[in-house]
Design a protein around this ligand. Sequence first.
Ligand code: ZN
Length: 213
Amino acid sequence: MTDKQRANWMLEQPHGDLIDGLARLGVRPVDVDIVINTHLHGDHCSGNTEFNDDKTSVRPTFPNARYVVQRREYEDAMRPNERTRATYLLPNYAPLVESGQMELLDGDTEIAPGIFGVIAPGHTPAMMVIRFESGGQHALFVTDLSSYAIHFERLGWMTAYDVEPLVTLESKRHWRKWALETGALLLFQHDPFMRAGRYVSENTIEPIDAEYA
Ligand SMILES: [Zn+2]
């Protein structure tokens, strides 16, 4: 990466990287058996691969894992345009698809028992949210359907990164209704102030204390 890219991506993390976080949970990279890429934006999948020792090529960070992403997302990521190319970085995913370690999904899929990848278009045309169902309880890994909790609370608010904002609006309309009906736990990936919450009434999310590794 160039110096500018390194600065933009803020690669120096005070609490370490993905591997450090997993280690704090007692998980080693070789233990991971499934890696779900909700979409292929660089801030969501750059942990997929790491440099080989010679620093000229990459290898899977999780050697024993099956990686999954939507086929349409992969196709968009392989043909970025002037609007999307800054975030679609081939070494994050192309080698995994070429080696057969990344599986391309065609539509909504139960990836593991009770864990569903569901296309929620707008941010990208084939981004998945991840829905969890267990013992009658529901949760949603919201990913960039709402980068911050406020984007879930306010139907008309969305980030400038969305390639189809009006489609995002309809996706959010659908998932807000679902969240209200199910009382689902919502997990917000980017929000520095609210990591989890419940959508309890029109335009209101109640925060839930949560700690990330
Ligand atoms: Zn994104």
